[in-house]
Write a protein that binds this ligand. Structure first.
Ligand code: SAM
Length: 221
């Protein structure tokens, strides 16, 4: 089937291009100890996020959705020693597993996990007048993605890069009458960005190990 071909090609590309050490492999496995196992980004997406951090020279990264810390580790490792990742998750089990993984991966000093509803944590960062972030990765519950984007804009500077995962959802993004809150969230996100002159954006569809999906890339003007 087409999906088998997409997965086989993804595996071939990952085998040749993406080096995953023991700490990263263990991190992926350890998502079994969280409330939502197995929904981390693929190895290729992890490497992509790391490259994006390096290309942009990001020093401060904000992440919505930690899970076991897989994407956080890719981004933290791509930063200089003075870099910082703040990652937000509602699941205390995930936060505990992630902290263990950050130690094993050698990035514990650079990564801060904040436990609680991500919108509340983001609002706390705004209240604290946190230094703006250079790159934001939004990968938590999809229904609140528009709110996460709004909060991210408050925590950004001109040039901040925002990546939002899972915006295609096997094409379900086209279902305008969908009763699925995740689809409604992504469609509301699209309308928000369409009407917002503060952002330049695009989105790319992807196929591979995780089926047919896509991610959105935006830059704060
Ligand atoms: N970025 C991670 C990676 O690639 O390794 C994967 C994150 S996973 C797709 C989504 C995470 O969002 C889960 O760990 C879940 O606990 C968290 N989450 C769900 N609802 C949330 C909320 N309201 N606030 C914060 N985190 C939430």
């Amino acid at each position: 089937t087409a999906q088998e071909d997409f997965a086989a090609v993804d595996t071939y590309l990952i085998d040749h291009l993406v080096h995953e050490d023991q700490a990263l492999a263990d991190t992926r496995r350890s998502s079994a100890e969280t409330a939502t196992p197995g929904i981390d980004v693929t190895q290729s997406m992890g490497a992509f996020l790391g490259l994006l951090v390096q290309i942009t020279g990001a020093r401060r990264v904000l992440e919505f959705g930690t899970l076991a810390g897989y994407s956080s580790i890719w981004m933290a490792r791509a930063m200089d020693d003075d870099g910082a990742v703040v990652t937000l998750d509602i699941d205390p089990a995930a936060a505990q597993v992630a902290r263990r993984n950050f130690h094993a991966a050698g990035v514990a000093e650079r990564v801060q996990v904040r436990v609680g509803p991500a919108l509340e944590s983001a609002e706390a960062l705004i209240q604290e007048q946190a230094e703006p972030f250079d790159l934001v990765f939004i990968d938590a519950d999809k229904v609140k993605t528009p709110h996460y984007l709004e909060a991210s804009l408050e925590l950004s500077h001109p040039g901040t890069v925002i990546v939002i995962d899972n915006v295609v959802r096997s094409g379900a993004v086209l279902e305008q009458d969908s009763t699925d809150p995740d689809i409604q969230g992504i469609r509301a996100l699209m309308e928000l960005i369409q009407a917002d002159e503060r952002l330049s954006a695009t989105a790319l569809q992807t196929v591979g190990l995780k089926g047919w999906d896509g991610f959105l890339l935006a830059r704060v003007n």
